[in-house]
Design a protein around this ligand. Structure first.
Ligand code: AHM
Ligand code: MG
Length: 340
């Protein structure tokens, strides 16, 4: 496909490739594209208006919500609900999943969507990139009925589509429908996304490692040993560099382009890890694999984990295949840490 293809054109062209497609997924992607533009506009002017700071609410994980988290959550929800495009939504900012009714038609919709509307939101105050992450599944419950928790607790290998928007120096929308990963950059002057990164490929090996090393003493032995291994490699003249933004989408996006590993392990502070399986790790893992990378919990493939809770946390090792394999070698020497 031509490099200056717009996201709208791309979605239409891709729909033609799916024989007998009803266009529902295309409409869903278009709704995300629209909501992302509105959120982007708001995120961009965050420093100009008095919109920063905590909204005074606490989400289910006991974290203070920033105003823009709430805004992004509402925008995505509103767009999807108004367009009657999905039958259910789950969000990091909502304790329970949302059943979309609004007449029989909505209940006939095929897809559910899970999202982290504004990930890395603690970075907003300091003008550092944040992102939206989304994950799409086909419903399990029959059409015409309200969705249930069963629809949301599907393993990541059942995802139909996943992606993120990174609100960075440029705003990009990156997504997959299981046929590779493509990245689109927003031209803010005209509000159009252009295909800027076709068929994104995760380098098999990289130089970057991304981990919050301040938690070192709390890490499992396998992670400590992997970090010691990197230090030894550096001593031997190999080239590594540590890069950690603390904004998963940005850290992953950079590593996918340049090659690297992102690790958020279990720790005595976060015994199950910090990141959420359903709307952070699964979509990122799908993108990682679709671009030739790898994502595990240190022992097993993220996409094969059968979720048990909506807001479940999981340790996350993601990025260049050879680096993830190496980290897993160290983890596997400590099988006791796989029972988190
Ligand atoms: P959030 O969903 O509350 O924003 O938390 C998720 C973020 C990730 O984007 C990031 O990689 C991680 O938390 C950083 O955590 P830490 O500050 O503990 O290193
Ligand atoms: Mg998050």
């Amino acid at each position: 496909m031509k490099k200056n293809t717009t996201l709208g054109e791309f979605i239409i062209n891709k729909q033609i490739e799916f024989q007998g497609s009803s266009g529902e997924l295309s409409r869903l992607l278009n709704a995300i594209r629209l909501a992302a533009k509105v959120v982007n506009y708001e995120v961009n002017k965050a420093g100009l208006v008095n919109i920063l700071g905590a909204a005074g609410e606490t989400n289910i994980q006991g974290e203070q919500q920033q105003k823009l988290d709430v805004y992004a959550n509402e925008k995505f929800k509103q767009t999807l609900i108004n367009r009657e495009i999905v039958c259910g939504i789950a969000s990091e900012e909502e304790d329970e999943f949302i059943v979309i009714e609004g007449g029989n038609k909505a209940n006939d919709n095929k897809y559910i969507l899970l999202m982290d509307p504004l990930d890395g939101s603690s970075n907003i105050d300091v003008n550092v990139s944040v992102g939206t992450i989304f994950s799409v599944y086909e419903r399990i419950t029959p059409k015409g009925q309200p969705v249930t928790i069963e629809d949301f607790l599907q393993p990541g290998n059942k995802q139909v589509a996943a992606g993120y928007i990174v609100y960075g120096t440029s705003t990009m929308l990156v997504y997959t429908t299981g046929k590779g990963v493509n990245g689109f950059t927003l031209n803010p002057a005209i509000g159009t996304y252009y295909l800027s990164h076709p068929k994104m490929q995760h380098p098999k090996m990289g130089k970057i490692y991304s981990i919050n090393e301040a938690n070192y003493v709390h890490f499992p032995q396998g992670v400590k040993d992997y970090l010691k291994f990197i230090q030894k490699e550096v001593e031997d003249g190999k080239n590594y560099t540590s890069r950690y933004i603390g904004s998963l989408v940005s850290d992953f996006h950079r590593n996918m382009i340049k090659g690297g590993i992102y690790i958020y392990p279990t720790s005595s502070k976060n015994p199950k890890g910090k990141l959420r399986l359903l709307y952070e790790c699964n979509p990122i893992a799908f993108l990682a694999e679709q671009s030739g990378g790898k994502a595990t919990d240190g022992y097993q493939r993220i996409l094969d984990i059968k979720p048990t809770e909506l807001h479940q946390r999981v340790p996350f090792f993601c990025g260049s295949t050879e680096m993830v394999d190496k980290a897993m070698e160290f983890m596997q020497k400590h099988p006791e840490d796989s029972n988190y």
